[in-house]
Design a protein around this ligand. Sequence first.
Ligand code: SF4
Length: 191
Amino acid sequence: MKIRVNRIIKKTKAEGPGVRYCIWFQGCSRHCKGCWARETWSFEAGKEYDVDEIIEDILSTKGIEGVTFLGGEPFEQTEALEIIASKVQHAGMSVVCFTGFRLEEIKTQNCLKYIDLLIDGEFRDNEKDYSRPWVGSKNQRYHFFTERYNENILKSKNKIEVRVQKNGLILFNGMGDFKKLKQKIDMIVKH
Ligand code: SF4
């Protein structure tokens, strides 16, 4: 089984509770207005991996609380999502998944049974709100499917992580006002 991935960060504290292994799925046919991740839309871009290769990498990464799936749209590659999520849960780690769909649209998907926390709804620019953890707009909802997490985790704050690669490329992840942050970084770089 193959999976098309936009990027992977093996350890981040900005995409769900605790330290997490994060997989950005490549491909999203929803094309929401105001989407800030347009590079994840194409189903041709990114990189193809073998699902087993990813599972092996997750299981050999020390010090993670679980895995977060983001996109792109994880629910456009549900078979791969289900296989990875089930292995992660089986290994005693937690599974968090973001989707642009509303739960009502995907409620028959089998992979939901391997997800501890589902965060649904696309980012909406006109409903921007960075006051809640990991989400950027008011329409997005948290669904706790297992006892692993509950509303208590929502007391944590939104975070943005910045990584500077060896080639000078700056990568952001997490959630917050990316535009403002970029302006600040541009000012620093210019001075
Ligand atoms: S569902 Fe998410 S990734 Fe897909 S277009 Fe909408 S905001 Fe972008």
